[in-house]
Design a protein around this ligand. Structure first.
Ligand code: SAH
Length: 254
């Protein structure tokens, strides 16, 4: 649990960057998409209209996410938008001849959620022109939504929604895994589990459940059952305690 609290979660390590957006409504919709998924940092690179953060249409489309819009930063170039970022993801409908490695949104989300040292920017292009090659080429990865090849260009805000949704799912999975580690005891070693099997087998023979001359598949089946449970040391000790009690009451015949 402690570890989960001290490492920055993906929610504070992810920035959305919109490059030269033309439609105010798309900017508002992206703000809304982000807030619904728990993300908050929005940077606009040279929007193609004046007063992007106060524009009536942007504000209307942001709906309850006006705080994201109000706190967004406007910068002149991509360099300024990527300050403090060490993992830049170009989100693009188009695959290019010279491009960084191509990932699906899910793969990207899994990678960045699992790497607490990464400060990630998701970079989206203009509605008509997409992202310029100069930006794509300086990114670490290209994220492509594998859409219908006959019509693969999503609306900007819908593409952003899909990306932040995947990032949220990956972040929540990561938190669940971290909290489960907090509740777990020490994982049993292979040697401890082997000892437990031997003990259990002896007890099952003594009690007459397992025929030593015709064991069939009982032990392999029990091993398969326990293998699925990720046994802890304490649980192994409980099972050995049960075996001990059985053996105390039904001493093995030699
Ligand atoms: N005609 C443009 C599409 C722009 S759509 C082009 O060919 O690039 C606006 C933005 O939405 C894109 O720059 C990209 O960031 C995102 N987008 C739309 N469809 C996408 C897809 N299938 N995969 C990844 N990003 C997509």
């Amino acid at each position: 649990m402690k570890q989960a609290e001290s490492t920055p979660t993906l929610f504070s390590r992810l920035r959305v960057v919109l490059v030269e957006t033309s439609r105010p409504g798309n900017i508002g919709s992206v703000a809304r998409a982000m807030k619904t998924m728990g993300f908050g940092e929005l940077v606009l690179v040279a929007p193609r209209f004046e007063g992007a953060l106060e524009h009536e249409e942007a504000v209307a489309f942001a709906s309850g996410a006006q705080d994201i819009l109000a706190n967004a930063r406007i910068v002149d170039d991509i360099g300024a938008a990527l300050e403090g970022i060490n993992f830049a993801a170009a989100v693009s409908a188009r695959l290019r001849e010279f491009s960084p490695p191509v990932l699906t949104p899910r793969a990207l989300a899994g990678q960045v959620a699992a790497s607490p040292e990464l400060h990630t920017a998701l970079i989206f292009g203009n509605e008509r022109f997409g992202l310029p090659n100069e930006i794509v080429e300086r990114c670490n990865v290209l994220v492509n939504i594998p859409a219908n090849p006959d019509y693969s260009s999503l609306n900007l805000a819908q593409a952003a929604q899909l990306l932040v949704y995947e990032c949220r799912m990956a972040a929540l999975d990561g938190q669940r895994a971290a909290s489960q580690v907090g509740f777990h005891g020490e994982a049993a070693s292979v040697a401890q589990i082997d000892g437990m099997y031997a003990h259990l087998e002896q007890a099952l023979v003594a009690v007459g459940f397992l025929d030593a001359d015709n064991p069939r598949k009982l032990m392999p089946r029990l091993k398969r059952l326990f293998a699925r449970t990720q046994l802890e040391t304490e649980e192994v000790n409980i099972l050995r305690g049960i075996a001990r009690q059985i053996l105390a009451r039904c001493p093995p015949r030699d």
